[in-house]
Design a protein around this ligand. Structure first.
Ligand code: ADP
Ligand code: MG
Length: 503
């Protein structure tokens, strides 16, 4: 077995490159760093420069088995702790995460190309908030009393499911992991996370930090590729629940394996989220809202990105011009530079995929693209995976750009004439994750909010996932909820009925 290259610093560090190196080549199992059983690793690349900044352990089924066995061994004792004690420990994790927030922000910016000021720092702070939120919910794992018959006491109690397998993507990996790990642990489960191959290091640091508080084996982490490491995790007989965030395509594969094992699965998949703008909206706020909704600061790499924007016809030209102007003023550049608004695409594969959509849009008859902002000029960023934001108008509804999730800085804007028409267009999608409506007429807004096919609808704002609010889609966007009390109770626990006949 390989030795660890360097010990990780225990105090927060702002030297992200040294930290990336120190975290390299390891899984985290049963409270300690361990290399892959095979000894294999794969490079972790900074997408802004093309340079390798570290390496990750390349996990396979042998590593999966070791991690799941560790989680299973830890689970019984963890579940025996009083629920509020488990919550208190998860709450203590929040304090450590807050102390290390800047370090985590820099590390995630390095490996994902997400701008530090606009994205990475925000993510690091939300992660701590999610642990803090769930840490307070240990006392809420309540059951019910059920009327049955005289002299029979009938109650339900909530119990953990056992070992949870969690598979996460690369776009907001620390946050999406927190949404799974924190509630799973408070509920009394133990967890094995399979990180995304594009972003394995910051989440590994989070895992190490949490293990300063949690008993060994409660929270384990593997890096590796989907078919070799993710699939055996889902298939492992001791994994009794799977929670997955990623593409609809892989979600279906995960769901089939879970069905064969008859275990519950939560799926947070893609989106093609509509933003609907009425002429009576607060104009400036709505234009800024479109920038946030489209997650332009994350290069549009968000499942809730407003990649279809419908604008009431009288406002259409003015809105498109104002949006293009504002996006034009955004700064593309080095993700770690405080001046930067927009960083890079995650990987060469995604880069090519997004470029192909853009080329297809530009070649479409009648379509027009506003190409915004400016490519960075620094020599060191020449190989960076930068793509300018594209705002398309004039695309037909049948276009792939309108129907498929692009996961890049590309949005399509359409005019509409009435509420019925825009509702039909908005619902004409395979997906149903999120939607936003912008109007000062709450009657119109609320009426549409009830009829839009989406798990989350916001009027006159479009925030990212928030602790305490259930998050999750309908249609091909997934199954189940995250981020709330309900999510913990319904998706990480089962209810047992106990009856006592005292006649
Ligand atoms: P994307 O590649 O677009 O980010 P994916 O759905 O492919 O989205 O990946 C999300 C997560 O699912 C990643 O951690 C990836 O490694 C994992 N994954 C991919 N294929 C499988 C699979 N067959 N089984 C389990 N996990 C997988
Ligand atoms: Mg993939």
């Amino acid at each position: 077995m390989l030795d660890r290259p360097h010990p990780t610093p225990s105090a927060p560090t702002l030297d992200e490159k040294t930290l990336a190196n120190a975290l390299s080549t390891q899984h985290f199992i049963a409270g300690r760093f361990v290399p892959a059983r095979s000894g294999k690793t794969f490079p972790v690349v900074n997408p802004a420069t093309g340079e390798a900044v570290g390496a990750a352990a390349d996990g396979d089924s042998a590593d999966v088995d070791a991690a799941v066995q560790a989680a299973a061994a830890a689970q019984k004792d963890w579940a025996k702790l009083p629920a509020r004690k488990r919550g208190a420990l998860v709450g203590q994790c929040a304090a450590i995460l807050t102390e290390h927030a800047e370090e985590l922000a820099r590390l995630i910016a390095l490996e994902t190309g997400k701008a530090l000021r606009t994205e990475s720092r925000v993510e690091a702070n939300v992660v701590a908030d999610i642990f803090s939120f769930y840490g307070g919910l240990g006392g809420e794992l309540k059951g019910e009393t059920v009327p049955f018959a005289p002299n029979v006491l009938s109650v339900t109690v909530r119990e953990p499911l056992g070992v949870v397998g969690a598979i996460i993507p690369w776009n907001v990996p620390m946050l999406l992991m927190a949404l799974k790990v924190a509630p799973a642990l408070v509920a009394g489960n133990t967890v094995v996370v399979k990180s995304a191959e594009e972003a394995p290091l910051a989440v590994l640091r989070v895992c190490e930090l949490l293990n300063r508080v949690l008993p060994p084996g409660c929270f384990n982490m593997l890096s590796g590729f989907g078919p070799e490491c993710g699939a055996p995790l889902v298939a492992h007989p001791k994994v009794r629940k799977v929670t997955f965030t990623g593409s609809a395509e892989v979600g279906r594969i995960v769901s089939k394996t879970a069905a064969d094992k008859l275990i519950p699965v939560t799926l947070e998949l893609g989106g093609k989220s509509p933003m609907i703008v009425f002429a009576d909206c607060d104009f400036e706020k709505t234009v800024m809202g479109a920038i946030t909704s489209m997650r332009f600061t994350r290069q549009g790499q968000s499942c809730t990105a407003a990649s279809r924007i419908y604008v009431e016809r009288p406002l259409f030209d003015r809105f498109v011009a104002a949006l293009a102007d504002k996006v034009n003023a955004m700064v593309m550049g080095d993700p770690l530079d405080e001046k930067t608004d927009i960083g890079t695409i995650i990987s060469p594969g995604q880069f090519e995929k997004v470029k192909a959509y853009i080329d297809e849009g530009i070649a479409t008859k009648g379509a027009k693209a506003h190409v915004c902002s400016t490519m960075p000029k620094e020599a060191g960023l020449k190989k960076g995976l930068f793509i300018q934001p594209h705002i398309f108008t004039g695309l037909p509804n049948s276009s792939r750009l309108v129907q498929e999730e692009i996961f890049g800085p590309v949005t399509c804007v359409f005019p509409f004439d009435d509420a019925a028409g825009v509702l039909e267009a908005a619902n004409d999608s395979e997906y149903g994750l999120a939607a936003s409506l912008w109007t000062n007429n709450l009657k119109v807004g609320l009426d549409l909010a009830h009829r839009i096919e989406a798990g989350l609808v916001q009027i006159n704002q479009n925030l990212v996932v928030q602790a305490n609010l259930s998050y999750g889609g309908v249609k091909s966007s997934g199954l189940g909820k995250e981020a709330s009390l309900e999510a913990m109770l319904e998706h990480f626990m089962h209810k047992k009925t106990i009856m006592v006949n005292y006649a």
